[in-house]
Design a protein around this ligand. Structure first.
Ligand code: CDP
Length: 203
């Protein structure tokens, strides 16, 4: 039997951490769909045409080099606005969502486009300042040199592009449960998400 949990939200809102924890807790498979767009963005930075990069993407490329850099994030957001790029990635995401045993997918359009029939939909947000602070800590811990201001500007630019694009814009599904993690610890955010999933399972 399949059971899909769709988790969407803006950059660095905590959806990745929440998705991994929900998948762990309920023994579901997890797909970080942002990684698909990051891999396509990284290939574009290497000179490959984005639509071709999306159409020839393989699983191994998701583990190629560091995809979690600000440069790759910006490239990801640019290729993600190209309808043919999105179209090339739809089938893989849809079959993952319906896999036997259940799945958690996180991204921007999971509850609206990839899996509108998902059993659980969450939209995870936080203020841009809180999100920039968290992302700044992550990136500096990896040894990247940047300023908090750069990280905030990067997040704002990406959010605007992701929410403003014509194809599959980032928006909460009408039936998504909103979780604002601005004033929540990681543990509290994870518990809030798990409560929603548990309630749906027990009916
Ligand atoms: O980790 P973070 O929230 O910063 O970004 P991500 O989830 O890795 O996504 C990187 C970029 O991919 C986003 O800024 C979006 O432009 C794009 N994306 C998308 O368009 N649709 C998805 N389902 C997931 C990501």
């Amino acid at each position: 039997m399949s059971f899909a949990v769709a988790i969407d939200g803006p950059a660095a809102s905590g959806k990745g951490t929440i998705s991994r924890a929900v998948a762990d807790r309920f023994d579901l498979a997890h797909l970080d769909t942002g990684l698909l767009y990051r891999a396509v963005g990284a290939r574009m930075l290497l000179g490959i045409e984005p639509v071709e990069a999306a159409e020839t993407l393989t699983a191994g490329m998701l583990e190629d080099g560091d995809l979690r850099t600000p440069e790759v994030a910006q490239a990801a957001s640019k290729v993600a606005a190209i309808p043919e790029v999105r179209a090339a990635l739809v089938d893989f995401q849809r079959s993952f969502a319906r896999r036997v045993g259940g799945a958690v997918l996180d991204g921007r359009d999971i509850g609206t486009v990839i899996c509108p029939e998902a059993e659980v939909k969450l939209f995870v947000t936080a203020s841009a300042e809180v999100r920039a602070k968290r992302r700044f800590a992550e990136l500096t811990a990896k040894g990247l040199e940047l300023t908090p201001g750069q990280v905030l500007a990067d997040i704002r630019e990406r959010d605007a592009r992701d929410a403003g694009r014509a194809d599959a814009p980032m928006v909460a599904a009408a039936d998504a449960v909103l979780i604002d993690t601005s004033d929540l610890s990681i543990e509290e955010a994870v518990e809030a998400a798990c409560r929603v999933v548990a309630a749906r399972i027990t009916g």
